[in-house]
Design a protein around this ligand. Structure first.
Ligand SMILES: Cc1ncc(COP(=O)(O)O)c(C=O)c1O
Length: 435
């Protein structure tokens, strides 16, 4: 008998992370440096209790909070989110002296709350954006490597991902130009809809893309759009922006004059506040805002109202900002511990990309040493009860190059300091034995 599943249902591969999750659950003594979870100790239990009590105390706020809301999100939270984004961008652009960014007095439709949408995590917004932009066979450019769940979304929709090399200060612009030229030459440029860029403390490498580079990307798109026959969008995923513990913030591409028509900015309250509250947001240009809103109408016609009220209150009362300042210190310390133990225990021919925000360090072994799931390194690490994310799963299936297989993502997010020390020590021993 034939399968009753849709083409998409049949195509959708199991998530690569499910195997890793299973490995973690089936070995209770396992130290996981793989999970992208935040630190339990940073979760705002007390703030949430205070705020929810306040919201639910009076029927005037309690009843609407327990009712359906509107598809785009609760208007107060949308306004607070626009203001929050504007504050981040304006304080960072005053630090960014060289490139000219929009000033306070220029038309600020790029931070207007009318373009802000509240979503079920930023993941939902990424998913809906792809649904709104792409048909089967279309091409989405991604950083090489990138967030593996995003790759799964592309795979599930029958889309093609094309990798663009990543450098320590972000996307390799020369390679982006080469990729676009190649696609133009092969007559496929019209299939390119967007570039997905994790611009702050990138998952999995920890890299932040400089403002000059973001500006360069938009400039290149302008050059190629005529040949593509339609706009090419920049999806700027800023999921880790507020988990910053070293160095200044960088303005988002929304601060580039005239860029707002080509930028889909996705952000989240998950990482800086609570992953369990799972509220994300985006700033979208037209016609995408309207289209994604219609799609969201079909998905869930609105993100959970109670959770939106929780965030709106925390933002309005300053509890949110105080919380973020507190957790930055904790992540800074954990990253410092990881840096120190990596220096102590990893062989010197392993290149470490240190994070100055986010949750991840990136380790690059010599090219001939595989770190994949079936590799000796991975299997021996597992036997020694320590888990990492093999770099290979973060690379797109791109026939124009062989997938690199000698890297690993190491998270200092959810593991305790003691576990970071012990986990890295165990991994170091495995490597010293095998390298
Ligand atoms: C790069 C990146 N973007 C988006 C997300 C989704 O986060 P959320 O849906 O919780 O906002 C994640 C989660 O790990 C991520 O790593």
């Amino acid at each position: 008998m034939n399968s009753a599943l849709s083409a998409m249902g049949r195509r959708t591969a199991p998530p690569p992370i499910s195997w890793l999750m299973h490995a973690a659950l089936s070995r209770p003594r396992l130290i996981s440096l793989a999970a992208g979870f935040t630190d339990n100790a940073t979760l705002p239990v007390k703030i949430s209790r205070t705020v929810l009590n306040r919201v639910l105390r009076s029927p005037k706020t309690g009843q609407p909070a327990l009712q359906y809301g509107s598809t785009a999100g609760e208007s107060n939270l949308r306004k607070l989110t626009a203001r929050h984004l504007q504050k981040l961008d304006q304080s960072s652009s005053s630090l960014e002296r060289r490139p000219r960014t929009r000033t306070k007095n220029e038309d600020d439709k790029t931070h207007s709350w009318g373009r802000v949408m509240i979503t079920g995590g930023s993941q939902q917004l990424l998913y809906m954006t792809i649904e709104a932009l792409c048909d089967e066979g279309d091409i989405v450019l991604v950083e090489d490597p990138t967030y593996f769940v995003f790759l799964s979304v592309l795979q599930s929709h029958g889309l093609r991902a094309r990798g663009v090399r990543l450098e320590r200060d972000g996307l390799d612009l020369a390679h982006l130009e080469t990729v676009l030229q190649r696609l133009k030459k092969s007559g496929e440029l019209h299939r390119v809809k967007a570039l997905y860029l994790i611009s702050y403390f990138h998952n999995p490498t920890g890299v932040t893309t400089s403002f000059e580079k973001k500006r360069g990307i938009l400039k290149l798109f302008k050059q190629f759009e005529r040949a593509a026959g339609h706009p090419i969008y920049l999806i700027e995923d800023a999921a880790y922006r507020e988990l910053r513990f070293n160095g200044p913030d960088i303005p988002s591409t929304l601060m580039e004059p005239d860029a707002a028509e080509r930028v889909i900015y996705t952000g989240t309250y998950s990482k800086p506040f609570a992953t369990g509250v799972r509220v994300g947001f985006g700033h979208l240009p037209e016609p995408l805002f309207t289209t994604v809103l219609r799609i969201k109408g079909n998905h869930d016609f609105g993100t959970a109202n109670l959770l939106q009220q929780l965030l709106a209150d925390a933002l309005e009362t300053g509890l949110y900002d105080r919380h973020v300042a507190r957790i930055e210190k904790r992540y800074a310390r954990k990253a410092q511990v990881m840096k120190q133990v990596l220096a102590e225990h990893f062989p010197s021919n392993v290149e470490i990309w240190e994070a100055s925000g986010g949750l991840y360090f990136w380790a690059r072994l010599p090219k001939h040493v595989s770190t994949g799931v079936k590799s000796k390194v991975f299997q021996t690490a597992l036997k020694n009860d320590v888990l990492y994310v093999p770099g290979q799963i973060c690379y797109a299936d791109d026939s124009s190059r062989k997938k690199p297989d000698h890297e690993m993502r190491l998270s200092f997010g959810s593991a305790s300091e003691a576990d970071i020390r012990e986990g890295i020590k165990r991994l170091g021993k495995v490597m010293l034995k095998l390298l």
